[in-house]
Design a protein around this ligand. Structure first.
Ligand code: UDP
Length: 238
């Protein structure tokens, strides 16, 4: 087994990744599988914290498009991420992994409020921390929350688990000649508007020199392989 390339990482998983074959909500089998990937990463000596999106339940933009006030719709989206965080905590605990959910919107009967020093302490004690409720602010996304928390936690990388194994020159499902980038610069991602994460997340990672590693979260064992510098991924860095 090779040495992990990163000591501490933040794993960002979109809400949609938890749906599995469903069109809405949470598939517990998928949650358990991702929890297993996180457990394997801990076993090779990597500290892991998590941000989970909410798009499988509610997206603020969709609510706003249907006539809701954007800020209220965004708060609903943030609440959706709390549900996903609790589901993931449950999945991790069933794997025997001690886990804490820290929410940017305090709701002390279901989880802890987000306090940076407390989060650091949990991680030092070997617990997996799940950051819920995004940044706590409307008009943001969980991608930006992931970049923010990765910066606050001094993570060595932001691992973006997606449905594909990296960033391609074109959509590989539509264009068979599309090729995967091994490496990209932050500026190229921003200038070419490559769909890696939203622009504010990319800019925050660039400012704090946090590499973004895009890989396929659905491929068994891939998270661990990518952490060891193997597997298939695209790395976004300076
Ligand atoms: N959201 C927000 N502020 C944040 C993070 C999330 O308002 O800091 C809301 C926003 O409405 C978003 C929803 O929560 O649509 C779910 O998050 P996101 O769309 O990022 O989830 P993902 O696409 O990763 O599943």
């Amino acid at each position: 087994m090779s040495e992990p390339k990163f000591k501490r990482v933040l794993l960002k998983v979109s809400g949609e990744a938890l749906m599995g074959e469903q069109t809405y909500g949470i598939d517990h089998k998928v949650v358990k599988r991702i929890a297993g990937e996180v457990k394997d990463a801990l076993e090779i000596g990597v500290e892991v914290c998590l941000v989970i999106g909410g798009g499988n339940i509610f997206r603020g933009l969709k609510g706003a498009a249907e006539g809701m006030e954007r800020a209220s719709a965004d708060y609903m989206g943030m609440l959706a991420t709390v549900m996903n965080a609790l589901a993931m905590q449950n999945g991790l605990e069933q794997e025997g992994v001690p886990t804490r959910v820290l929410s940017a919107i305090p709701m002390t009967t279901v989880c802890e409020p987000y306090i940076r020093r407390r989060a650091v302490r949990h991680m030092e004690k070997g617990r997996v921390v799940i950051f819920a409720a995004g940044t706590g602010n409307p008009f943001f996304t969980t991608d930006t929350a992931a970049a923010l928390r990765a910066s606050e936690m001094n993570c060595d990388a932001l691992m973006k688990g997606t449905q594909v194994d990296g960033v391609y020159t074109a959509d590989p499902k539509l264009d068979p000649s599309a090729t995967r980038y091994e490496r990209l610069g932050y500026m190229q991602v921003l200038a070419d508007d490559l769909k890696v994460m939203d622009a504010s997340a990319i800019a925050l990672c660039r400012d704090n020199s946090i590499p973004i590693v895009v890989f396929n979260i659905h491929e068994k064992g891939e998270f661990g392989r990518v952490l060891q510098g193997q597997g298939r991924s695209t790395i976004v860095e300076n």
